[in-house]
Design a protein around this ligand. Structure first.
Ligand code: CUA
Length: 350
């Protein structure tokens, strides 16, 4: 037995289709995919999605099947006309009414079912999944994420970073969110649904990463020119590694090791850099832009726009507007020697 195309056995064709479907579905996995949940909240959202899509698909198939059946039946049986009036005989209208009533009742039951499942999912996901969640504060800015880890026992231990959120795997994380300007939306699809950050109003969400990994998040509410370049990364790591990271972030910036980096520190502190950024342990203490105390420990710069490399840092410092037009950071006139020293210094901020 062969299919319509010559010399391709049906069995082989079916196998190819299954492989193609598997490849298509595996494309849905990855570091930024709501179809590849790595925690209970994203899994709950995905289950709800499949339930809604599955039910809608069944309804669609039933409706189309009935439409085809009615059309075939209608084309096969001639229309009975009343010999006196010349109009269609109406003896089947009683049956039609039954169909309409049944369809209306079924639709109502399905819609009420949707509301019930939706509300019960929202209710179960609103409960934080785990005792003693880790508290993280996130502030959305055009166009970057300010991230703080307050220590409830000792404010001296509070840390601040940007665009990269480290979490211990298996522990719930409670995120309190605010906006510094316009409405943003925090969305790490592998871990959680979307949650808006609203000016003047604190919102709260939580998630738990059950698998070690690096997950990409994205602002999901249009917030201006560079909305698309407002990404962040969630690094889910074993508890010991997370504690090590936390201790490292609590430390002040390291002293520059060589004369080149020492020159870079002088460039930083004497230029406009220090008017917007802070580096703990130096005279730079402004909060207009991201905290740079441990900049070199982050994977990316410019809110996930570029990998954190020396070449990208140079390009970014010289002309951020080329890379992220509209960003608040202006272009900098800086001679090549000073730029090299400045980047050497920034790369030591581990
Ligand atoms: Cu922030 Cu879109």
């Amino acid at each position: 037995m062969t299919c319509a195309r010559p010399r391709i056995p049906c069995e082989s064709s079916v196998r190819h289709s299954v492989i193609a479907l598997a490849i298509a579905l595996s494309g849905c996995s990855g570091i930024q995919s709501a179809l590849d949940p790595k925690g209970p909240k994203a899994a709950g959202v995905l289950h709800l999605t499949w339930f809604l899509v599955g039910t809608a698909a069944v309804v669609y198939v039933v409706v189309v099947a009935m439409l085809v059946w009615v059309l075939r039946r209608g084309s096969q049986s001639p229309v009975d006309l009343d010999p006196k009036l010349g109009t269609e005989v109406t003896e089947h209208h009683g049956g039609m009414k039954t169909w309409v009533v049944s369809a209306t009742v079924m639709t109502t039951i399905i819609l009420i079912g949707f509301v019930f499942v939706d509300l019960s999912t929202a209710r179960s996901l609103s409960t934080v999944g785990g005792a003693a969640p880790l508290r993280i504060d996130v502030v959305g800015h055009q166009w970057w994420w300010e991230v703080k880890y307050p220590d409830p026992n000792d404010p001296q231990n509070d840390i601040e970073t940007a665009n990269e959120i480290h979490v211990p795997v298996g522990r719930a994380v409670l995120i309190k969110m605010k906006s510094g300007d316009v409405i943003h939306s925090f969305w790490a699809p592998n871990l959680d649904g979307k949650k808006d950050l609203i000016p003047g109003h604190e919102t709260v969400t939580w998630f738990r990463a059950d698998t070690v990994g690096v997950y990409r998040g994205q602002c999901a509410e249009f917030c201006g020119y560079e909305h698309a370049k407002m990404a962040f990364y969630v690094v889910a790591e074993p508890r010991i590694e997370f504690e090590r990271w936390l201790a490292q972030q609590r430390a002040e910036a390291s002293t520059p090791g060589d004369s080149l980096a020492q020159g870079g520190e002088r460039v930083f502190l004497s230029s406009s850099c220090a008017m917007c950024h802070s580096i703990a342990g130096t005279g730079a203490g402004s909060n207009n832009g991201p905290d740079l105390t441990h900049l070199a420990s982050r994977r990316t710069i410019a809110a996930g726009t570029l990998p954190n490399t020396a070449a990208n840092l140079e390009s970014w410092i010289l002309d951020p507007q080329m890379i992220k037009p509209g960003a608040k950071m202006p272009a900098n006139r800086i001679d090549p020697q000073s730029l090299r020293a400045l980047v050497a210094y920034l790369q030591e901020l581990k």
